[in-house]
Design a protein around this ligand. Structure first.
Ligand code: FAD
Length: 398
């Protein structure tokens, strides 16, 4: 089969690396580089990114890692240990410590919540915030988790998604950091695609996708190519806008917005390679220090700390100022330098569809969606993308 892939983000590249084993694949990317929101940008010797926080949500054992191995990609992913801690009153705790930080009544409530979540005995129609709200600290920690991992507040996160996320967590474990950061993954995908004779065209914007009964066309300026099927790595909304197919039939997918602040520090802020959730901060939900895994992500003698916060209001400047005040308190007198502040919204959000609002990957026999507008259920970020890609690849190969 001849397959056209529109967009060279993680979703498009992963699909191409898998499908190019058995099919002729061409990728069209409008920017001069591939990787979309999952690649590195070098700044003052630091490997900052176009989006992601250099983390793979289920590390070396999750869906993405498995698919990378299936493509023949050689990506070393170091699992975080501990996978996450949370900071309260200046001290860092593991999730299980939460039960001992609250009074007896709250402890019993929290234990019951954890047990019910593990066996899936919860009202799926409620939000995670409603589920947690009877124990104040659990709500704060839950909110920090959803803010970091999904760029949503706990009240915006459907319990149905949390149940699936919990299942995936119990199956695969917590996050990991790829050596080389996001670009370590992207470079290997490009290598795999080229090894399979796949074609990658950059600076090639697709203006229209035309689906007909027996063929599909990808059209741009000086571009009109015929394919058997087309896979779109663009948001469902943009795919619908440039194609002749109705894609969004029910509710529109709701994007999630966020702000990332990159900080240079000589001393470092944390000693471990997992996430530090910050439930007491005004805005920042969590941070990581990726140089604890891969020193090459910063110049010699420096650490790179990346903070993330979900964007709570439309006043981006105020949100950034509150984030910067949190950073000042977190560093508590230690030396640091703000390297870069990035806000993610509109056409370059954290997720084109926040968890629970994703579209199905299969539009029809000729058109498929991949990427963070069509993630699998309970799939955090790139793990959700990998789940969607798996579905598309199985469907096309069947
Ligand atoms: P994209 O990366 O957006 O790829 C789509 C591509 O299509 C782009 O390259 C774009 O240029 C191209 N394109 C658009 N229009 C056209 C056109 N008309 N013609 C041709 N090409 C076109 N995920 C994690 O797993 N771990 C993390 O640590 C993490 N942290 C994050 C932190 C932040 C601040 C943000 C913003 C995101 C984070 N994510 C993280 C999410 C993750 O980065 C994204 O979900 C993922 O990179 C999206 O990949 P994609 O392939 O769906 O889309």
């Amino acid at each position: 089969m001849r397959i056209g892939i529109v967009g060279g983000g993680l979703g498009g590249l992963l699909t191409a690396a898998l499908l190019s084993k058995n099919h002729d694949v061409v990728i069209f990317e409008k920017l001069p580089f591939v990787g979309g929101r999952f690649t590195n940008i070098e700044y003052k010797g630091f490997q900052l990114t176009t989006g992601a926080l250099h983390m793979i949500p289920h590390g070396n054992d999750g869906y993405l890692a498995r698919l990378l191995r299936e493509c023949g990609c050689n990506v070393k992913i170091i699992n975080s240990n501990p996978d996450g801690l949370f900071r309260v009153n200046g001290k860092d705790y593991a999730y299980k410590d939460l039960f001992n930080l609250v009074g007896l009544k709250d402890k019993l409530k929290a234990l019951k919540m954890a047990a019910n979540l593990k066996i899936g005995n919860v009202d799926k129609s409620m939000s995670f915030g409603e589920f947690l709200e009877s124990v104040d600290l659990a709500l704060k920690v839950g909110n920090a988790f959803t803010g970091w991992a999904l760029s949503l507040t706990a009240y915006e996160t459907p319990m149905e998604e949390i149940i699936e996320i919990a299942k995936n967590y119990h199956k695969f474990g917590g996050p990991g950091i790829p050596i080389g950061g996001c670009k370590g993954v992207i470079d290997e995908l490009v290598r795999a695609i080229k090894n399979n004779n796949g074609i990658i065209k950059v600076e090639c914007e697709v203006k229209s996708i035309e689906i007909e009964d027996d063929k599909a066309y990808v059209i741009g300026e000086e571009l009109n190519e015929e394919f058997d099927v087309v896979v779109s790595n663009l948001s469902p909304k943009l795919t619908e806008k440039i194609s002749n197919v109705k894609i969004i039939k029910g509710k529109e997918p709701r994007p999630s917005k966020g702000i990332k602040i990159c900080v240079a520090t000589k001393e470092g802020l944390i000693k471990h390679n997992g996430v530090l959730f910050t439930p007491e901060c005004e805005r920042i939900n969590g941070l990581n220090q990726v140089t604890n895994v891969d020193k090459s992500l910063a110049p010699e003698g420096y650490h790179l700390v990346m903070t993330h916060q979900t964007q709570l209001t439309n006043n981006v400047k105020k949100e950034i100022d509150l984030g910067l005040e949190d950073i000042e308190r977190l560093f508590n007198g230690k030396d640091y330098e703000i390297l870069h502040i990035q806000s993610y919204r509109d056409e370059w959000p954290v997720n084109h569809a926040s968890n629970g609002t994703d579209l199905d990957n299969i539009v029809n026999d000729k058109l498929y969606l991949v990427g963070d507008g069509a993630k699998g259920k309970g799939g955090i970020e790139v793990e959700g993308i990998a789940m969607g890609v798996m579905k598309v690849v199985e469907y096309i190969n069947s």
